[in-house]
Design a protein around this ligand. Sequence first.
Ligand SMILES: Nc1nc2c(ncn2[C@@H]2O[C@H](COP(=O)(O)OP(=O)(O)OP(=O)(O)O)[C@@H](O)[C@H]2O)c(=O)[nH]1
Ligand SMILES: [Mg+2]
Length: 208
Amino acid sequence: MRERDPTGEKEAPLIVFTGRSNVGKSSVIRALTGKKVLVGKRPGSTRWEQMIEMGSITIVDVPGFGFMDGQSKTTIEESKTHIIHSLERWSNRILLSVLITDISQFRNLYERWTARGEIPIDVEFYSFLCEISPRVVVIANKADKLMKSRVQGELDFLVEEFREAVTEREPTVIVTVASKKTGVSLLRDLIDDILEEEGLETPRWALI
Ligand SMILES: Nc1nc2c(ncn2[C@@H]2O[C@H](COP(=O)(O)OP(=O)(O)OP(=O)(O)O)[C@@H](O)[C@H]2O)c(=O)[nH]1
Ligand SMILES: [Mg+2]
């Protein structure tokens, strides 16, 4: 039996979905679970963590970090701090962290941040997730926004930068087009392998 917290609530292991605003976190969760999590055209549509009970595990739709439509810089900074604190608090329950990125923008943003002498936020978050979770998988979403011939090159760039940021782990990357549900079954299979390894039951996923 799993441990229960003092309030008597069941502490199911967590799979957390994180990433910058508007990269498609909620869309990936929707494709995977079939649950009607809110998907929005504008950054900042998921404002608070959404806990989605999936039987043996709980999936967490974490609000996006970085730019949010109509929000001040202070609010955005506060929101990022809140996300980091929540993730740290949950860290001993996390089975897997899923970092969603927009592969069509990754290199562009990377170059913009490094030109300013800053660590790109995707890289900073990847390093942070590697510190607090036993496994991290990176989703290269919105691959449809790149010309087909460019996908591999952009992917290689992302892997190279993440490999350099966290040398102890080889990055695991899955390419998806969440709005068309493409590639999401690969994430489901990866999660199922982890659950089997942990002796946990497979949830009822959406048919993808
Ligand atoms: N072209 C394209 N659009 C996508 C893809 N995945 C998601 N979108 C669109 O991107 C927008 C944002 O999607 P969400 O799933 O709400 O993104 P999010 O990361 O949850 O956003 P926040 O909650 O605001 O941080 C929506 O208009 C989606 O339909 C994709 O693979 N390709
Ligand atoms: Mg969302």
